[in-house]
Ligand binder design. Structure first.
Ligand SMILES: [Zn+2]
Length: 164
């Protein structure tokens, strides 16, 4: 995706108020992110351990989503798989990310959830640029391009569900 500025990010959110988008923590190292290898930018809010955000580009437009999740409990050994990139992680490496729906449905308290890599580094796992800690990715017959297309398709389906 193309490199984003703080202003790009703040104006991209579809499921939080303008005030929330203005206050949320945007990464300070935007100049050093591996943009060419990202299908979306995802980050955890350092001041709020149960919040994450992601921004992606779809048909030339930026779409940002505010997410909440339940941080992993100690001793939680269950392994799970990210629904976007299909990487398996142990112990909290995958979390159920919940997003308030966009617009009136969200204000009425409706939300949509999906299991995602807790660090939201799906793009890097897909490309082999980050290796999951004792987790893994199963051998696939799909090419990298096909796997990227599948991940983007799953992410876009999640975005559609937020707007439905
Ligand atoms: Zn993932």
């Amino acid at each position: 995706m193309r490199p984003l500025t703080e202003q790009d990010i703040r104006s991209s959110f579809i499921n939080c108020s303008k005030g929330e988008a203005k206050r949320l923590a945007v990464p300070r190292d935007l100049g050093e992110r591996p943009w060419a290898d990202l299908d979306f930018l995802g980050w955890r809010d350092p001041g709020a351990p149960d919040r994450s955000h992601l921004v992606t580009e779809r048909d030339g437009r930026l779409v940002g989503v505010a997410l909440r999740f339940q941080p992993a409990r100690r001793g939680f050994l269950h392994r799970s798989m990210c629904s976007l990139c299909l990487t398996t992680h142990p112990r909290g490496g995958v979390s159920l990310m919940t997003a308030r729906k966009a617009g009136a449905a969200g204000r009425e308290g409706n939300s949509v959830g999906a299991y995602m890599c807790t660090d939201l580094a799906c793009s890097l796992y897909l490309r082999g640029l980050k290796v999951p800690e004792s987790g893994g990715r199963f051998e696939e017959s799909l090419t990298l391009e096909e796997q990227i297309a599948r991940t983007r398709g799953r992410l876009f389906a999640f975005l559609d569900a937020l707007r439905a």
